[in-house]
Design a protein around this ligand. Structure first.
Ligand code: UT7
Length: 333
């Protein structure tokens, strides 16, 4: 009998400090009005020194486990662009923090698409009977990568974590994930990048500080790719699922920019009112963006049991991916 990964819990965690647009705008020669009208962002959260990605990940993971009514899983996955350290992965630290020493744990690296890639990875582990239950967390402290002098990125990204628990179940039951569509194009590696610090451009420790240590993005070009790739990937997954765009109750796209989300919805023929969006409150949180949006929309009642839900993401790599599920009946915790 075929097994599917079924979503059975959701949770999230934000740092304490909310940073409104005004706090960033003046030093960057920007304005509250520019940021809000060009991106839809009103504020984001920044982790204080001393708070690492694993701290936010553990907070979100704990809530998702509670929502699912379980205390352990067979595999812990962390999708992140900002691991605690270059080595080791962040997931084992998170598993240990959640009382799961001994549990398989590893990171998924696909920048803003990391959560959707992680969902596909978890679904594969479950359908191959490697695991009965997986905790997947998208977690970022993106503020640690931001160039404080680059206004085209410094106002967009924020920190946070979102998590889901997936259990084995029937492909026909609510919450069952799939089909999926995943893709990448490494020709676009320079469009979203931290150029230095890896094996290509090495940091010797004696060089003068360089902007190449920071995150950089070719905004306009990325905007175009994001719309094109999320629309194409979402269309592919809808065809595989046998769903018409008009039947989608909730479009949960990567929260890159409200204008991007609106373009994707318009191109797909999905009413903008069906787009789940929390970018005004949290900004673009990269791999954490979709699970954070899911948790917020579950908590405020936007996502209702039985709703046909389409997830689509785009990010550095370039990478993109989509998945569908029918929203399950989850506890509010
Ligand atoms: O999560 C991974 C995927 N990321 C994305 O999908 C993000 C995609 N890109 C974007 O969201 C948008 O391209 C940005 C929000 C980054 C930029 O918005 P834009 O409308 O594409 O602006 P632009 O880059 O074309 O710049 C237009 C103008 C420029 O000034 P000039 O050259 O026309 O005089 C920029 O210097 O806006 C200026 N600008 C700003 N002005 C005030 C850029 N950033 C800012 C800013 N405040 N923060």
């Amino acid at each position: 009998m075929s097994r599917a990964a079924v979503l059975s819990g959701v949770g999230s965690c934000l740092p304490f400090r909310a940073v409104p647009n005004d706090e960033l705008a003046a030093d960057l020669g920007s304005s509250e009005e520019w940021i809000r009208s060009r991106t839809g962002i009103g504020q984001r959260y920044f982790a204080d020194r001393g708070t690492a990605t694993s701290d936010l990940a553990a907070g979100a993971g704990e809530k998702a486990l509670k929502c699912a009514g379980v205390s352990t899983v067979d595999v812990v996955l962390v999708a992140t662009t900002t691991p605690d350290r270059p080595c080791p992965a962040t997931a084992p630290v998170v598993a240990a923090r959640l009382g799961m020493r001994g549990t398989a744990a590893y990171d998924v690296s696909a920048v803003c698409t990391g959560f959707v890639y992680g969902l596909a990875t978890a679904a594969g582990l479950i359908s191959a009977r490697v695991a009965d239950r997986v905790l997947l967390i998208g977690a970022e402290t993106f503020s640690t990568l931001l160039n404080p002098r680059d206004r085209s990125t410094a106002v967009i990204f924020g920190d946070g974590a979102g998590a889901v628990v997936l259990r084995s179940g029937d492909p026909a039951e609510p919450g069952a994930l799939g089909p999926f569509d995943l893709g990448s194009d490494g020709e676009g590696e320079d469009l979203i990048t931290v150029p230095a610090g890896g094996s290509r451009q090495r940091l010797s420790g004696t060089e003068p500080a360089s902007d190449d240590r920071y995150f950089a993005m070719s905004g306009k070009e990325v905007f175009r790719h994001a719309v094109q790739r999320m629309t194409g990937s979402a269309r592919a997954v809808l065809v595989r699922a046998g769903w018409q765009a008009q039947q989608v109750d909730h479009l949960v796209s990567h929260q890159a920019n409200l204008r991007i989300t609106n373009h994707v919805a318009d191109d797909l023929g999905i009413a903008r009112g069906r787009c789940v969006s929390n970018i005004a409150e949290v900004g673009n949180t990269a791999a954490a963006s979709i699970p954070l949006a899911l948790d917020h929309a579950h908590a405020d009642g936007t996502l209702r049991p039985g709703g046909r839900t389409l997830l689509t993401a785009f990010g550095g790599g370039l990478t993109w991916g989509s998945a569908v599920l029918t929203w399950p009946d989850l506890d509010q915790v």
